[in-house]
Design a protein around this ligand. Sequence first.
Ligand SMILES: [Zn+2]
Length: 426
Amino acid sequence: MGKVMRALGLTGLALLAAACAEQPQDAVGSQVVGQQDVSASYLHDRLMVLDSHLDTPAYFHGGDYVFSDRGSWSEDGTNVDLPRMNEGGLDGGFWVIYTGQGPLTRESYAAARTSALMRQAAIREFAARYADEVELAFRAEDAARIHAAGKKIVYQSIENAYPLGEDIDLMQTLYVGGVRMISPAHFRNNQFADSATDVSPAYDGLSPLGEELVREANRLGMILDGSHAADTTVYDMIALSTTPIILSHSGPRGVYDHPRNVPDELLIALADSGGVIQVNGLGSYLEKLVPSPERAAALAALETEFGGSLYDLSPAQQQAYRAARDVLNAQFPPPRSSFETFMTHLLYTLELVGPDHVGLGADWDGGGGVDGMEDVSQLPKVTARLLEAGYTAEDLEKIWGGNMIRLLQAAEAESRAGLTSPGIPR
Ligand SMILES: [Zn+2]
């Protein structure tokens, strides 16, 4: 960020944005288009741009991933690293401690607990290794300070509370390590809640243990995240939580009828309670993606060869399956959604609940990314399109991170735990 940009206050930006937005469409020539591009990219660079669901920590332990090296979605399937964050003006966000759903047994809980604690350790190691480039964030106010210092902001979140087992107290341990957002469930119902994508409900919302999780999140000062949860669960979370909840990576069912998307009436209830939806960029939740007949046939042949469930295979068979799947994907690429469809979801949601209740959680490195927005280097296009749609610089400031930080402020204000620990500025 240059001195001129630093000196340009938000009021100036707002005027700039308003001027861009008010260009009459029929008067747009190449020169004006050029000015609009420059204005959008200036604004984008100046804003604090956060994403609420960065799955990148899955790469931190093992593999060839190096945060400071530029990767490529087409070559290695990744979406986020330092060079691409710089190119796309992404200033950070919530980095995810994800755990897949397993059986509700003591042994599986123990294994999942270890894995989640290791993932938190990996995030903290990452922050230590790249201390000149990134910084762990613990409080809402940390974001602006870290951004002003020119570093990337590293909040932590938990996707799927399954690794807690039945030990609600573990939330405090994870909180002290930096977790500030938690979602109860993932693809299946678990000990806390009904999932959006399970075959039938177990509790019609939160379980009694799930209600304890909500109360503990409020006590500690964590944002509650209803992504992946069943609609009934989200309604329960809104009713029980004393602070507004987030949907860290979800979409509007009004655009595409999928269980991972949220119906209008629930989005309106979310917004009425002060909550925020961060719009998802995972193709199969944006539209129905139909594989080509050749791909469908190849997939069917693969299934015949290896059987129905990956989990029934030996480690060697799983490796062979993955290798065969990679070959198949190279030969018959899976269908992809597009930037235009992503924008349709984002603009629909903004129209429905307004810019105080919408952000972005594109599921980077967790399946997110579409043709035309393959990775985070493409984010300035979103700013340009929102300006074209008439949203102001103030709107964009909220959409790109302000709303999420407001929710963390609310969670902090509600916190009754009075926790302090070394390294957590109070
Ligand atoms: Zn997810």
